[in-house]
Design a protein around this ligand. Structure first.
Ligand code: ADP
Ligand code: ZN
Length: 604
């Protein structure tokens, strides 16, 4: 059995070998077993049901909440020569009947169905009359009412087991935490399913956190190293999404907005463009992204702090699904902490829920401020033991210094105390640096003993100190969002000198400028390491792919992934056989596109 699974992998998909547990999962499901698969985004979940679908008699029913993406998923399978179709509300009744007939005749190997459609009597009857090979329940975490992707219809999917007890089921998700996993098992009656839990590490993603200084300039510098590449920029509010997208367009970046306040047609249009065209930057709230299986997203930038480690991990996980290098870049400052703390304090949730949310925010702040390997921290949060430093995060690549900031912290805390715990960082910094202005004079804060005791740090350094003190729970922002700071329980020991405080050393201005120049000087296409002399051929290969994709109205990656083009660029195959040996070139694509790509390669 496993040899035929392998030969399908190689001939249909064009991949030389299975990844991780794919082979075991495929064998288990193909032989009729139920499975629950937890794998990070980009881990290769689709093959886990697509190959069993090709090995078993009948049609695999794939339940997916992502109507807008079904067309692309089906297109991708058709490119491989696999008979596939979908049923959802976007089809008119004529098209729907046609799909139903193809199912009944046994012609389809895979049928994607929206859950609300699947649960109709009409659809269940139809399935009963044909032959179902397996049920794949994608995005299975949608059964969980605690996640933000909750879909009530998912809870009714247990009827599948009741009506088709002999058909194997495979549920898949990239949501890692144990409570969600338990809920999936319970809600989908999967207690006897075998669980496959992959490592959640995404080694090709480089994690970076930078302190917010001048966010637009910082974003621009960051995007400068990713010119011409697809990526996502996450913002907290709809307003900021629109402003940022507009500003980026003025700056010559191909940016589009996406948020839940836009009408559905505009949202779909922007999503389609992002999926289909090369080099679009999507500026979005977290409403964007679930199930976006665009493989060549080269970066995910956060202009605001995500709400939790779970959110951060999911959002950044949308980068680099093709296994090529991708950047996760988070730009964060004290203002973010104040905003999120306020959102939690003012939400309608009960106290217990608020406490949980506050805990999640604190975990994320600790991640942002850590001087240790970020990947270790991230994986530890998800209960995974990663026992070495990764070498692919900012802290590993450019280790920050820690310094004993006990005295500085005492000065900051006492400035907060002496000014009555009613002021924000700007005012407090002026007091500490001894810079009197009208307000300070009027409030007589220039008479305080802390006035001018902190001239050794500049404004930016003080901002970093205050941010870190808040992140460490030594200061707390007010609940109303004015940005004023007050002392906490923990502050007292620091003020008494009983607890030392160690902080992360801020990169100095000169260093920063140098870093910036380096980024600017780096060539576009930097993240794929395309050398200048390779650029003409790379562009020619991408143009050819783009043209083929446009002719058929499918996304470019459906023709070939970047990883496959990159292998062509490096190996320069001259014959069909050599081209066919490249990962991602299956038989069908070789027959269809082989000559065209050989032509472009030969012209180089
Ligand atoms: P997931 O659904 O888990 O996020 P996908 O199924 O979309 O991930 O797979 C991610 C990418 O990896 C896809 O581009 C897929 O074609 C590719 N892929 C999956 N399995 C393999 C494999 N064994 N060898 C090479 N590429 C693979
Ligand atoms: Zn690291």
């Amino acid at each position: 059995m496993s040899t035929s699974a392998l030969s399908i992998l190689q001939t249909v998909f064009g991949y030389p070998a299975f990844r991780g547990e794919q082979q075991a999962i495929i064998a288990h499901v193909a032989s009729g077993g139920d499975a629950l698969v937890l794998m990070p985004t980009g881990g290769g979940k689709s093959l886990c049901y697509q190959i069993p679908a090709l090995l078993r008699d009948g049609t695999a029913i794939v339940v997916s909440p992502l109507i807008a993406l079904m067309q692309d998923q089906v297109d991708a399978l058709r490119q491989l020569g696999v008979e596939a179709a979908f049923l959802n509300s976007s089809l008119d009744s004529f098209a729907q009947r046609e799909v139903e007939q193809r199912f009944a005749s046994g012609a389809l190997k895979l049928l994607y169905v929206a859950p609300e459609r699947l649960l109709t009597e009409r659809c269940l009857d139809m399935l009963g009359r044909g032959k179902v090979s397996l049920f794949a329940i994608d995005e299975a975490h949608c059964v969980s009412q605690w996640g933000h992707d909750f879909r009530p219809e998912y809870r009714q999917l247990t009827v599948l087991h009741g009506r088709f007890p002999d058909v194997p089921r495979i549920a898949l998700t990239a949501t890692a935490d144990a409570p969600t996993r338990r809920e999936i098992v319970e809600r989908l009656s999967l207690d006897t399913a075998r669980q496959f839990v992959a490592s959640f590490d995404r080694p090709n993603i480089c994690y970076r956190v930078v302190e917010k200084d001048d966010p637009r300039r910082q974003l621009k510098d960051f995007l400068g190293a990713h010119a011409g590449e697809s990526g996502i920029v996450y913002c907290l509010s709809r307003r900021k999404v629109e402003d940022t997208a507009e500003w980026l367009c003025e700056e010559g970046v191909a940016a589009l907005p996406y948020h839940a306040g836009m009408d559905a047609a505009a949202r779909t249009r922007n999503q389609q463009r992002f999926l289909r065209e090369d080099g679009i930057v999507m500026v979005a709230t977290i409403a964007f992204g679930m199930g976006i299986d665009k493989p060549d997203v080269r970066f995910v930038a956060h202009l605001d702090l995500p709400k939790s480690m779970e959110g951060y991990y999911q959002e950044t996980g949308r980068g680099g699904r093709d296994g090529l290098p991708a950047d996760a870049w988070l730009c964060y400052g004290l203002g973010d902490v104040v905003t999120l703390a306020q959102l939690i304090a003012q939400s309608e949730s009960g106290d217990e829920r608020k406490r949980v949310e506050r805990g999640k925010l604190d975990a994320l702040l600790a991640y942002c401020e850590t001087t240790a390997c970020r990947r270790r921290r991230l994986l530890a949060y998800f209960g995974e033991d990663y026992d070495h430093d990764c070498g692919n995060c900012d802290n590993c690549l450019d280790p920050p210094e820690r310094w004993d900031a006990s005295v500085v912290a005492q000065k900051a805390l006492s400035a907060v105390y002496r000014t009555g715990q009613r002021f924000g960082v700007v005012h407090l910094t002026s007091v500490l640096r001894g810079e009197a202005d009208d307000r300070i004079t009027a409030l007589r804060h220039d008479q305080l003993s802390t006035f001018g005791v902190g001239a050794e740090l500049d404004k930016q350094q003080w901002r970093g100190v205050f941010r870190q003190l808040v992140a460490a729970g030594l200061l707390a922002p007010d609940d109303e969002g004015y940005g004023t700071l007050r002392l906490t329980e923990a502050s007292r020991d620091v003020l008494r000198g009983a607890t030392p405080v160690h902080l992360r050393r801020q990169a100095d201005q000169g260093e920063r400028k140098r870093a910036r120049q380096k980024t600017r000087g780096e060539r576009a296409r930097a993240s794929l390491d395309i050398a200048p002399h390779e650029a003409p051929l790379w562009d020619a290969l991408r143009d050819l792919r783009g043209r083929l994709a446009r002719e058929q109205g499918v996304p470019a990656y459906v023709i070939f992934h970047d990883a496959t083009l990159l292998a062509m660029l490096r190996e320069k195959p001259r014959t069909l056989d050599a081209l066919g040996a490249i990962s991602g070139v299956g038989e069908r694509k070789l027959a269809r596109y082989g000559e065209a790509f050989l032509g472009t390669l030969a012209a180089s």
